[in-house]
Design a protein around this ligand. Structure first.
Ligand SMILES: [Zn+2]
Length: 291
């Protein structure tokens, strides 16, 4: 994204470092993500949009898609692999080979709307995952859980009114992208949190809004938009989650997944910009997924 941009390559190494430090390496099986195909992307975005992104990719230098979102000569490949990881995660989990997957990918995806890149995001990775599960594997009900500090406006744009998908989210509000509170669709369970909110407010939101919604929906697969920028050490926003909150929220959702989804969970990295907190929190999340 350019020098001094918070969405930087070191985010992935920070997660890798903490996985090693936690001794989790031996519990994980690693895969290199394939490139998503136009057919897979076009389940979440119009094909014209996918083609426009391919055309926008520069041979040299940087092009800006919006003030926050840039492409260099490697970005298209990374974005195609991030979406490809979504497809692969779904395939690995729905084949029964693994009960859960975590994709340590950049760029993130949840601000990418049907036909608009936004907020560091180019393709909506969780949307590609959900539509792959529905169309390729024939599932009827997929839940998307988004605990990134920013509202997943792109995911809402793609799925509002879609009877096969429920989205449960928390986010700081009022805050970028300033959406999620005005007339959300009936399949959206959005809980805006005020600046300064922390563990207590997260627990209330999950217990009072998310869990009843998920219990009623009985998802066959749970997909996480796993952003870690609501951490108290993350200066991107002003929520105060701790490392342990990420273990807690993952465990609560896992309980739903075990009862309704045969434990099947696919997780995609979204935000998280304080490198140490990102690595530690992602490990808390992955530990519960892998347990
Ligand atoms: Zn975010």
């Amino acid at each position: 994204m350019g020098a001094h941009h918070p969405e930087r390559p070191q985010r992935i190494s920070a997660i890798e470092d903490q996985l090693i430090a936690a001794g989790l390496e031996s519990a994980l099986t690693r895969f290199a993500a394939p490139l998503a195909t136009d057919e897979q992307l076009a389940r979440a975005h119009p094909l014209e949009y996918v083609q426009a992104i391919r055309r926008a990719a520069p041979r040299a230098g940087t092009v800006h898609l919006d003030p926050d979102t840039a492409m260099n000569p490697h970005t298209l490949n990374a974005a195609l692999r991030a979406a490809g990881a979504a497809v692969m995660g779904v395939d690995l989990v729905l084949s029964g080979k693994f009960s859960s997957s975590f994709a340590a990918v950049r760029p993130p995806g949840h601000h990418a709307c049907r036909a608009r890149p936004m907020g560091f995001c180019i393709f909506n990775n969780v949307a590609v995952a959900a539509r792959h599960a529905l169309h390729q594997h024939g599932l009827e009900r997929v839940a998307i859980i988004d605990f990134d500090v920013h509202h997943g406006n792109g995911t809402e744009d793609i799925f509002e009114g879609d009877e096969h998908v429920v989205m449960a989210s928390i986010f700081q509000h009022p805050f970028y992208p300033y959406s999620g509170t005005d007339n959300p669709a009936s399949n959206m369970f959005n809980v805006p949190l005020a600046a300064g909110a922390g563990s207590k407010e997260l627990k209330n939101a999950v217990n009072e809004v998310w869990l009843p919604a998920l219990e009623g929906f009985k998802p066959e697969l749970v997909i996480f938009s796993a952003g870690f920028d609501a951490h108290t050490e993350d200066d991107m926003a002003m929520l105060r989650f701790t490392d342990a909150d990420y273990a807690w929220v993952t465990a609560e959702v896992k309980d739903i997944a075990e009862r309704h989804s045969r434990g099947r969970m696919v997780s995609m990295l979204e935000g998280g910009y304080a490198l140490s907190a990102l690595g530690r929190s992602a490990v808390q999340h992955i530990k519960v997924l892998a347990a």
